[in-house]
Design a protein around this ligand. Structure first.
Ligand SMILES: [Zn+2]
Length: 259
């Protein structure tokens, strides 16, 4: 007991010497900060663009099998066409991102047109899934001041992706090639751009997930990957020098669903 009191007194004395009154108060009132998951674990954020479409459920089933989460950048007019598939994405615990209403290149539009492209899609995603997108991806990676200002207005950050399998290139649409590409571009903290509308990407997915899982990766949504970072709406995350840009004329991918 006596020893305990002496120790306590010494500790208190030491604290009094090194802590200013403000610091002491802060230590008392602020609860211990939780360390974001991806600061401890090896994370990767897979992203699937241009749906929902024919393979949405197949992609979701594969992700489920490997306990993986991902982010789906959906096109508004396809949400209108496939409300059920959009709900499947949300119900599976995936993140939904806004990829405009009809995939127009936003740098070719005026402020009002860009506003409509983003607003219309945002409203329908919200109505359909009860999820309000926090992440935005401009078609073709084409951004300007209007895109920045309007995505900020809707409290979204811009996520062009840090790397891509480039499944939008027709010659790359081969299952083993795209499997190799995905494994090649994967790295901790990456946001990988792929298309849920490309059949070969969908077929390659089980192998890609299996291999990356064996390498210790955790598959997370973009928001989870960025957890703990101070995010400014309208800005590009993750912060990298050369975000991915899809080429002109390659998008959107054809919707191959029968109805
Ligand atoms: Zn796209």
């Amino acid at each position: 007991m006596v020893l305990g009191r002496i120790v306590a007194a010494v500790v208190a004395g030491a604290l009094a010497m090194c802590a200013t009154p403000t610091q002491a108060a802060t230590t008392k009132t602020v609860p211990k900060k939780k360390v974001p998951f991806c600061q401890t674990y090896k994370c990767i954020a897979l992203t699937f663009d241009d749906g929902p479409a024919a393979y949405t459920d197949k992609v979701l089933a594969t992700l489920k099998k490997y306990g993986a989460k991902a982010t789906f950048f959906v096109i508004g007019n396809r949400v209108a066409k496939h409300p059920k598939l959009t709900q499947h994405i949300a119900k599976a615990g995936m993140e939904i991102g806004n990829h405009t209403w009809d995939h127009k290149y936003l740098t070719e539009l005026n402020y009002t047109q860009v506003y409509q492209e983003i607003k219309k899609s945002q409203a329908l995603i919200k109505k359909t899934t009860k999820q309000t997108p926090k992440v935005f991806r401009a078609p073709g990676g084409l951004r300007n001041g209007n895109v920045e200002a309007i995505s900020a207005k809707f409290k979204m950050i811009q996520v062009p992706g840090t790397t891509a399998t480039q499944d939008y290139i027709k010659d790359y649409r081969d299952v083993s090639f795209l499997t190799d590409r995905a494994l090649e571009v994967a790295e901790p903290g990456a946001v990988v751009l792929m298309h849920e509308t490309v059949k070969e990407t969908v077929i390659s997915l089980p192998t890609v997930l299996k291999e990356l899982k064996a390498q210790g990766y955790h598959f997370v949504t973009v928001s989870k990957l960025l957890e703990g970072q101070k995010l400014i709406p309208g800005q590009v995350y993750p912060e990298i020098e050369d975000p991915v840009e899809e080429p002109f004329g390659e998008e959107p991918m054809q919707d191959e669903s029968p109805g």
